[in-house]
Every structure is written in C-alpha cells, then in structure tokens.
Design a protein around this ligand. Structure first.
Ligand SMILES: Nc1ncnc2c1ncn2[C@@H]1O[C@H](COP(=O)(O)OP(=O)(O)OP(=O)(O)O)[C@@H](O)[C@H]1O
Length: 812
C-alpha cells in the first residue's frame, strides 16, 4: 500500500493541471484503491522511470512487474464499460481539444479585457469575462430587432486605420475577427463590436490583388498633392474607386457595409456571412487594396472630377489624348459619376465646362475648334447617339479606330454641348432591371476633340488635336441580378462579352503580351487607344457598399487593381506642321515686324513721358526761386503754351549757381509757400471774375426788360425807320475792327452784315423762311424788332439780339 501511495503522488505531481489529471481524478471516484493503478498504463515512459525510482527507494525489486500484474488483474475485474474507455483511441484527443478550447477562451478573454482597458482607461479593471459580456450587451441594443435574439458568440474589432505611409496590407491578429459599420462618420469602437448572427472574417491578404509592395508604391508615378492625384508622364492608368451611398432597397434588406475607405486611398473589403455557415466562414477573405484615390459615399461630384479628370482636360488642350471610363456592376453608380443629375452634374458635364473655360482663358494663343461625337455600343453594334440611324462600321486609320460616318458636331459653347449631351442621352438605350431602375444597357462614349493652330517660334503653323473620351460602360452583371427575359439576357450576355473582352485586354496588357485581343469586341476596339495607346487614361471603379453585392464589388475592385498595372506609352502631343503659303508667311513676318516696331515706339513714348515729368518737376522747382513771382505773373496763370524756354533758363539757372545742395530744402519750402500764394491769388481772381460775370448778366437782363417795355409804348413806325432805329445787344458791344475773323461759334450769331460771318446759323435759316418776320438789309430775321430807343446811340447797322452775349460793362 505504501508503494501505491508513492505512485499516486508521483502521478499527481507529473500532471498538475492537465485534462488527463481531471479524468484521472474522475476515475478515482470509486472508493477502491485499485483504479489508481489503472492509470499507470497510459502513462509515459517518464512515469515509469519515476515508478522505478520509487521502487528503488522503497527497496522493492521488480516493482514494475508487480504493479503490472496487479493492474492486469484489476483490469480484468473491471466492468466492460469501464474497460472500453481505455481502448477508445479518440478519448484522449477529445480531452485535449477540450483543454485547448478552454485555454483559447481564457486567452481571448484576457485580450478582450486588455483592449477594453486600453480604449477606456478611466474604467477600473474588472473581470475579463464580465467586460466582454458588457460589450456584447451594448451591441445587442444597437442591432435591429431581428438580430438581437441570436446568440452572442464573437467579438469584432475594427482594424486601426494604418498610417498614411503604411504600404503593407492590413492584418490583425490571427484569431481576431473584424467588421465595420458603413456610417459616414468614422465609427466608434463600440459600434464596431458586433454580436449578430452575421460575422465578418478577418481581413487577410488575398492573392496578388491585395499585395502592395513597397517597391510597387515607390515605382508608382502617383503623387498626392493637396488631395489631387498627379500623374507624371501618364506612364500608367490611374485607377480610382468610388463607393456609392447605400440605396433604399439595400437598407430595407438590412444589408451591411462591406467597403471601407481609409486615408483616401485604401479600400478594405470585408465579407459578411451567417455564422452558421461554417464552410463559407472558412473560405471567405477580407481584402485590402490601394488605389490612386478612393472616394467614400460622401464624396461630391466636383471632388471626383477635380481629382480624376481635370488634369486630363489640361493635357487635351496641349494636344494629348485622354480617356476616362467607369467600370462596375450594374447599379454601382457609373452613370451617376459620368453624367450625374441636373443638380449634381457628373464628370462629362464638368469636364466640358472646364474645357470651354480653359479655352476662353487661352484663346489668345490660337483659334480653338471643338468637335463633339457621342456613340453607344449596344448588342455589339455601334450607333450614333446624336443622329440615330443605321449602325456604324468601325475602321482603323492612322488616327486609330474610328466609327465611319459618325457625326462630328462643331460646338461653340458649354450650353450647346449640354443640349447635345441631353439629346444623346435620350437616344441611349436604358431599361429598368432588378438591380437598377434606369440601367444603361449600352456602353456610351462621348468624344470631344479640340483642334487648334498656333505658330511656333519659327513662324510655322502647328496644328494640335487633343481628344478626350468619356466612357460610361454598361454594368457588369450576373443574369440573376437583372432579368431572365430574353432581350435583357441577350443584352446582358453582350455586355458581359464586351466586358470579358475588356478584361482579357487588361490581362494581356498587364502581362506584357505582344498580342492584345482588341478585336474581340467593339468596345475594346474603341478603347484601344485609351488602354494601350498614347493616351492618359483614368479608370473609375464604381462599387456598391452593400454586402449583398459583395461578389460584384470584389470583382470590380479586383479588375481595378489589375488595371493599375497597365503601362501606357509615352504620349506626345498630336502635332502637325502645316505648310504655309509664301504670301501668308510674308504677311506674318510683316505683322511681327510691325509689332516689334510698335513695341519700340511704346518704349520711346514712355521714356519721353518720363522726361516730360522730370521737366515739369524741374519747372516746379524753378517756381520756388528765391524771388517770388510778380503779381502780374500770378494773375496770369501759366498755360501749356507758355514757352518752355523760360522754364529751361530757370532750371539751368537753378542748377547753375543760385542753389547749392544745402539750400535745396529752404528753396523747396519757399517754393511751396510761393505756390500756395499763387493758388490763393488765382482763387481770388476766379472769384472776382465770377462776380463780374454775374453783374454783367444782370445788367444785360435789365436792359432787355427796359427795351421791351419801351417797345410796347412806341407807335407803329415805318419800316425804314425801324430799320434805322433797331437796337440790338450787338450794338451795345464795342465796335470791332471789320477785319477781325470770327472764331467762336457765338460769333456766327452776330450781325449778318459783319463781313466775317461765314456760315448761316440755325437762326438765319429759320428766319429766312418765316414770312411774318421783318427783313433787315434784305435778310429776314426773327430778331426782336423794336423802335429806336431814346437813350441808345443810333445803330450803324442792324443787329441780331441773341441771349447769352457777354458784353463789356463800359458799353452799357
Ligand atoms: N455617388 C452617388 N450619390 C448618390 N446617388 C448615387 C451615387 N451613385 C449612384 N447613385 C444612385 O444610384 C442609382 C444607380 O446609379 P447608376 O444608374 O449611375 O448606376 P450604373 O452603374 O450606371 O448602373 P447600370 O450599369 O445599370 O447603368 C441611381 O439612382 C443613382 O442616382
């Protein structure tokens, strides 16, 4: 018995906490001591070593053999059910699994508690399990009612957004499960913790697509500057991803967001699956991609345009080709991105507006001509959207693939283009499908060609043509996603066919194959220039945020990621040197020479003006001479006709002797004072002249009044007498020498007998025609005919009385 107890002790110490120890004790529950020995059999060799040592210490020889014997006896005495436990090979494994599960749970709880204490440092540490439970409870209250009944089994943790320059795929701990909300604002930690029956698996690296090696990034030609993606040299396609907002249908279906944009570039895809779907849970993968820029559902149309396309518009104006195309599942927002709505115009509209604005700004350097065409590829036929008719045939010429007979409209303004675009869209094939009410069933290509001529430095005429292709692809789709009706499925098949051809081309281009299968579809033929040619290309991948469209989203993002690797040929400006006729060259040369001459003259003129200003300044300084100007000179202000000689002599005088540099300041002060005095004198003179003038006017009016009163009293006199006694204002004026030439227009109204009167005035004409007026010296007038005033001197000749005459005071 002593030996047995020793063995028991040894066993207990060798298996302190393992599951085998627990089963060991369970087997001990019978009161007999025998079962103690039963466990000896499964024990390892080390235990036997212990046994041996015990037996040695207990001076028992061959103890193991003895023990074996007893054990066998006991074993044989055992009931069959108990014996079978030892034969079952899986029994130990099960126990091990149980122990591991327990260990895992413990570790999980520990990490949860650590995380909890990190996110909420104020909270006192508490039991790990309790903490996890509390989190879970929180989440339950946030879930929709149909989800709250489900069993809470897992904790979800949102990955910390990687820092801006993190180039690795995001990965969390092996056993962590991640998921995130689709709220526009960054979600809080608590909202990330989900316990529904839908679980999201950890984002893991999924194939090549997710790989963003540092070299790749370093090699990347993209630079991000103030939110703008800048392509350098356009050596590869720029790829962008745009997530549309969740629509009503998706919200009603209780779908969850499976796309998350981080740092404006990184896209995280997360698949959600029912937690009971074990097989699927094992297969699904979250993925991480990086693009040139990624737009969340809150991004505006303008943001998308300025980040993706505005650079292309600039390049088109320099004679380069550019194309933008949207790719994505049906209803993912391609048409919204390209066309937009009236309130939120899309890339096509914004690009055209921008193009015309830029043309207006730079129209000085050449004449721009804008041509526009709009076509669709529907069921593998090319149709003109601006003037619908028969299908068009694609031909290849030196410009590339062209649709023969396609209407090229010359556009002069943005409004005109808008109208054409609207007209084209009305002709475009759209049908409601299950996935989208206004599903585009065709690929639409709007092409704007800008042609302009400029002269280079050697006066050659250079013709530049830049083309911008804006492409709204039809949605890639599954037949189930649309309709099963014949026409729709045929459309779908054709759409998929062309998209498949597109993806084959992308693959071939990425792999650097010599043969690119452009000819597989009309779409790829038309996109040949955009994909592998000398063209700056932008691809916008549109995705839905809903987990119900996860498959389509993953496909789209996968292809977008592939497309990133497409290299483009270096694009030169499309320039042609045009032959210029000789006469035109001569004219152009003449124009240039004249312009040059003109410039020189302008410079000379500016210099002369400068000189004049200097002279005027000097003349001002001359006025500030120590001898103040005389009163006479003050009363007669200097006119522009004043001889400059005088000023020059003064300036030379100043420069010569009178003023030394020391006395300059004094002289300037003196000049200011003198000028002030001059100004005052001039003002006084003006005032005096004003008074004189008003006095003269008053006197003149008095005289007129007096004369007219006298005229009323006079009897009728003979015409001869009247002729002799007529008084006019002119008669009151001092007599002028007859040889003075009249210069002022007022003089025209003076006496018609004046030998200097050259023109007949309005007065002359009207009075000549009036029958009732008197005739003076054979000339009819409308003058005031008055009897001879007693005071007035007898007039030498008849005069016209005109208002507003200035006369000298002394004559009245
Ligand atoms: N960024 C967005 N903001 C607001 N609404 C959007 C956005 N993107 C798409 N939508 C809306 O989603 C719906 C489907 O978009 P749209 O028609 O552009 O999809 P699509 O990819 O062109 O589909 P299809 O390939 O079937 O033509 C439209 O009602 C559109 O207004």
């Amino acid at each position: 018995m002593r030996r047995f107890s020793c063995i028991n002790q040894t066993l207990s110490s060798s298996t302190p906490s393992s599951s085998s120890s627990s089963s060991f004790f369970q087997l001990h529950t019978p009161s007999q001591q025998f079962p103690l020995f039963i466990l000896v059999f499964p024990l390892k060799a080390s235990n036997f070593l212990n046994l041996r040592s015990v037996s040695k210490s207990g001076s028992t020889e061959n103890s193991s053999g003895y023990v074996k014997k007893i054990a066998i006896q006991i074993f044989l005495k055992m009931p069959v059910s108990t014996r079978s436990q030892f034969r079952n090979p899986h029994h130990g494994l099960k126990e091990k699994l149980k122990a591991l599960t327990l260990l895992y749970e413990q570790q999980k709880q520990t990490s949860a508690s650590l995380r909890n204490s990190y996110s909420k440092p104020q909270e006192p540490k508490r039991n790990v399990v309790e903490s996890v439970m509390r989190e879970n409870n929180n989440t339950i209250t946030m879930l929709p009612p149909h989800l709250t009944n489900s069993t809470v089994t897992r904790t979800f943790v949102l990955p910390e957004p990687p820092s801006d320059d993190a180039k690795e795929n995001f990965a969390v701990g092996v056993d962590k499960i991640v998921g995130f909300s689709c709220a526009r604002k960054p979600s809080t930690n608590s909202s990330m913790v989900s316990n529904s029956n839908i679980v999201a698996r950890k984002l893991s690296l999924g194939g090549n697509g997710g790989m963003v090696e540092s070299e790749k990034v370093a090699e990347s030609v993209i630079g991000e500057k103030q939110g703008k993606v800048v392509g350098v040299g356009g050596s590869r396609i720029l790829v962008f991803v745009r997530v549309r907002p969740m629509n009503k249908k998706e919200k009603e279906a209780g779908s969850r967001c499976c796309v998350k944009i981080v740092n404006r570039r990184d896209v995280y895809l997360s698949e959600f699956a029912n937690e009971n779907d074990y097989l699927r849970l094992n297969r699904i993968r979250g993925r991480h991609f990086t693009f040139d820029a990624s737009f969340p559902d809150s991004a505006t149309q303008q943001e998308v345009y300025s980040t993706t396309t505005s650079e292309l518009v600039e390049a088109v104006l320099q004679g380069r080709n550019g194309s933008v195309f949207c790719y994505g599942a049906t209803g993912a927002g391609k048409t919204y991105t390209m066309l937009g709505t009236l309130e939120n115009p899309g890339v096509m509209v914004l690009a055209i507006k921008d193009l015309f604005n830029k043309i207006r700004q730079r129209s000085f350097d050449g004449s721009h001509v804008v041509h526009l065409s709009y076509l669709e590829v529907y069921n593998e036929t090319v149709r003109d959207l601006l003037s619908p008719g028969r299908p068009l045939v694609l031909r290849e010429d030196k410009q590339g693939i062209v649709a023969a007979g396609l209407t090229q409209y010359r556009a002069y303004s943005t409004d005109e283009v808008m109208a054409l675009l609207q007209q084209g869209n009305q002709n475009r094939t759209t049908e409601p499908t299950r996935a989208n009410e206004t599903s585009s069933r065709s690929h639409a290509i709007l092409q704007v060609a800008v042609e302009y001529r400029v002269r280079d430095t050697s006066m050659n005429v250079v013709n530049r043509v830049g083309k911008l292709s804006l492409i709204d692809l039809a949605g890639s789709e599954r037949a189930l996603a649309t309709d099963q009706r014949t026409l729709r499925s045929l459309e779908g098949a054709n759409i998929n066919r062309s998209l498949l051809a597109l993806s084959s081309c992308i693959n071939a281009l990425v792999e650097g194959k010599k043969h690119i299968p452009y000819r597989n579809s009309k779409l790829t033929q038309l996109l040949k220039d955009s994909l592998g040619g000398t063209c700056n290309t932008v691809m916008i991948a549109n995705v839905s945020p809903s987990n119900l469209s996860f498959g389509e989203t993953q496909n789209t993002v996968h292809w977008a990621d592939r497309a990133k690797e497409i290299r483009l040929k270096v694009s030169d400006a499309n320039e042609d040197l045009l032959p210029v006729p000789e006469t035109e060259t001569d004219q152009a040369k003449l124009v240039i020479e004249l312009q040059k001459e003109n410039r020189e003259f302008r410079i000379q003129l500016a210099k002369q003006q400068q000189k004049l200003l200097t002279l005027e300044a000097q003349s001002l300084a001359a006025h500030s001479s120590p001898t103040p100007p005389s009163a006479a000179s003050l009363s007669t202000p200097p006119t522009s006709a004043q001889p400059t000689e005088k000023r020059r002599t003064r300036s030379s005088f100043l420069a010569g002797t009178c003023f030394t540099p020391e006395s300059n300041k004094k002289g300037a002060e003196l000049a200011v004072r003198t000028l002030q005095r001059t100004v005052k004198a001039l003002e006084a003179e003006i005032e005096r002249m004003k008074k004189d003038h008003s006095l003269q006017l008053k006197q003149k009016d008095d005289l007129i009044r007096e004369l007219s009163q006298k005229a009323g009293k006079q009897a009728v006199v003979s015409l001869d007498e009247i002729g002799k006694r007529m008084a006019t204002r002119a008669s009151l004026r001092p007599k002028e020498p007859s040889n003075i030439e009249l210069k002022s227009p007022n003089h025209r109204f003076r006496s018609p007998v004046a030998p200097t009167a050259k023109k007949r005035s309005f007065w002359d004409i009207t009075t000549t025609n009036s029958p009732s007026v008197a005739t003076l010296n054979g000339r009819k007038t409308r003058s005031h005919v008055i009897p001879e005033p007693t005071t007035a001197p007898p007039p030498r000749s008849s005069m016209l009385l005109q208002p507003g005459f200035a006369r000298q005071r002394g004559n009245i």
